[in-house]
Design a protein. Sequence first.
Length: 410
Amino acid sequence: MVRSWSLLLPLALALVASAAHAAIVEHTFNVGNLSISQLCQPNRIITAVNGQLPGPTIRAREGDTVVVHLVNESPYSMTIHWHGIFQRGSQWADGPAMVTQCPFQPGGNYTYSFNVTGQEGTLWWHAHFSFLRATVYGALIILPRGGAKAYPFAKPDKEEVIMFGEWWNANVFDLQQMALLTGIPAGPADAYTINDNSMRNLCEPIRKNETYLLRIINAALNTPLFFKVANHSFTVVAADACYTTPYKTDVVVVGPGQTVDALMVADAAVGRYYMAASPYDSGIPSGPPFSKTNATAVLEYAGGPNTTLPPALPQLPQFNDTDTADRTWVPLQPHGAGAPRQADRATRGGHPHVRHRWDGRRRLPAGADAVQPEPHHVRVEHEQRVLRAAEEHLHARGPLQQRDGRRVHP
């Protein structure tokens, strides 16, 4: 008995020490109207948080509790989803409207509270009602408990959040309502954006030979996006708040809702360079319509000469360059260990090639089979018979090891 207590005591002390260092990270989100002009269009009103687009970045350390007081001053009902958070014991805080909570009405308020134990890296938050996540979104960064020195890779000199988005000149709530009334999908976005704009200086000038951790988030509703920086390369070190085995590439492709952490060394000649995001769609020519435009931002070195010359532009992949997309997906492997190849339970779902609807009031769409896996390995095999990239998202789960007949990627 004495020996048992002697073994338990260090564990108990470690738990107490961990709890003592954990903090409560508290924010207030005021959701309301924001007047903004994009694409040389007249100002229009959008829904945004705290008058910002993107909204405020939440930064916490592993083990902290995040508390967000949301005040709905917008004309629309609202919920917020914390994309990728495990929500252990706080599933009611996940945020999907009509799934884990009813949306709260204009003039209402709600407090979200959840813990971020067991997760580190880049995630994000967004509205989960109608198309409002086109403008209601922001980054959610979970740092290691030991700070940047605890990263499983070389400590970067600086970090920068890069958020892609899609911009419609029309009111996005009205777009969705019209799609529901007519059965015709909403048209593609008018532009893609990087940190709220389609062309801008990204940040303060970078310094030669410094290493930057780029926290890349694709907040676009529908479109995977390629990302390149002229004359620079990346080392991918994480995806969806899961550390990966590092690998080098000069381009990444980020699906809607996905995040990628990549190190970039400022080792090019001192000057100005474009970073650019462009759409990827493997369904060409038969896939759904998408905006065939690019978003750019300027990366500028400190100490560079004053010049009116345009920045260097990266050579972007073609819209349907699946080979390049594969080269960024296939190397993704969990850090320190390979992904499990065997599942503890199997299920199969077959869907006929017809339109199906879900009214949001029932627990599952008609014909769906619920699966409640034990805390073991879950393997999802997605068979798709259309020529288009598929994105899968399991709420409160880490990346999937996805196999679509041509590639395997988390």
